[in-house]
Design a protein around this ligand. Structure first.
Ligand SMILES: *[C@@H]1O[C@H](CO)[C@@H](O)[C@H](O)[C@H]1NC(C)=O
Ligand SMILES: *[C@@H]1O[C@H](CO)[C@@H](O)[C@H](O)[C@H]1NC(C)=O
Ligand SMILES: CC(=O)N[C@H]1CO[C@H](CO)[C@@H](O)[C@@H]1O
Length: 269
């Protein structure tokens, strides 16, 4: 009797200490709208709706507080960092909304970059409070990469820009699989991930592969970035890439503007 009560209490304590990522799910998955902004097919967010979303506020408050329970596992930590990166960029953008619109342009905030200072960019400012610690978005990203060398995590960092990977809420249970699936979906997006032109032996890639080139090369052990696409891509992509080892690579324009539902172009299909 005593032992079972102890187990129940222990269980309750662990549950209380666990981070509830479903709050983030309720907050963002109800405000996602797919479509085009310019040439990019993406999932946009309704920042106006998020700003007043109670679950979003509860999620931010939850992840910012010190964790009183047991230490987080590696998987719990990775899910928390990935979600925190998205949540804090969304928080920054939604708290600094577009007020006046001139066509596609916005005042005062057109891009998360507008929220930096003259001296320090937004990614280096201490805007994130995570488990009671103050840090920058760059710190969150660096902490992730200090835990894992799997470059698929670069395809999971979603930060409110049109050309970023679209938002996903991650869970500790299947984090590695979720992250790889995410990367696969990102490179399948022909408007911002990767586009293969077999006729001209040319491939256009996201600049994510340029900026983090070393991590991708280290992962495949070669000197060709296409090895990574061949490794992670679906059967069709693998087949296409087989004969394109020496393809010319260029990069999509990286659009830092906000993936705001307001900028969505309705397409006639
Ligand atoms: C990442 O690891 C390096 C080397 O151990 C360390 O110097 C750095 O502070 C770590 N970064 C973060 C954000 O913890
Ligand atoms: C490299 O490109 C040439 C044409 O420029 C082509 O004939 C050759 O098959 C290519 N090699 C590979 C390994 O794809
Ligand atoms: C091939 C393709 O278009 N892939 C994805 C591109 O992005 C949109 C929006 O996120 C996805 O729905 C597509 O699956």
């Amino acid at each position: 009797m005593k032992i079972s009560l102890f187990i129940v209490l222990l269980f309750a304590f662990n549950v209380a200490a666990e981070i509830d990522h479903t709050l983030f799910v309720s907050a963002v998955y109800t405000t996602i709208y797919g479509g085009y902004i310019g040439p990019v097919l993406l999932e946009t967010l309704d920042y106006k709706a998020i700003r007043s979303n109670a679950q979003f506020k509860a999620y931010i408050s939850q992840i910012s507080k010190p964790n009183e329970g047991s230490d987080l596992t590696t998987e719990e930590t990775l899910a928390l960092y990935l979600n925190a990166y998205s949540a804090y960029t969304i928080k920054l953008v939604s708290e600094n909304p577009c007020i006046i619109r001139y066509g596609r342009y916005c005042y005062p905030t057109q891009s998360i970059r507008d929220l930096g200072t003259i001296k320090t960019d937004i990614w280096s400012l201490p805007h994130v409070t995570l488990l009671g610690l103050t840090m920058s978005l760059n710190d969150v990203r660096e902490r992730i990469m200090n835990i894992t060398s799997d470059p698929a995590f670069y395809g999971a960092l979603s930060g409110t820009c049109i050309s970023d990977p679209d938002i996903t809420v991650f869970f500790p249970e299947n984090i590695y699989e979720q992250v790889r699936t995410k990367m696969r979906r990102f490179i399948e997006n022909k408007t911002k991930g990767a586009r293969i032109y077999q006729e001209t032996n040319t491939i256009t890639l996201s600049k994510i592969f340029l900026w983090n080139r070393d991590a991708f090369l280290k992962h495949t052990g070669g000197d060709n970035i296409l090895d990574y696409l061949e490794m992670i891509g679906d059967t069709k992509m693998k087949r296409q890439l087989e004969s394109m080892k020496n393809a010319t690579i260029n990069y999509f324009f990286y659009d830092f503007k906000i993936n705001d539902k307001l900028s969505l172009i309705k397409i006639n299909t």
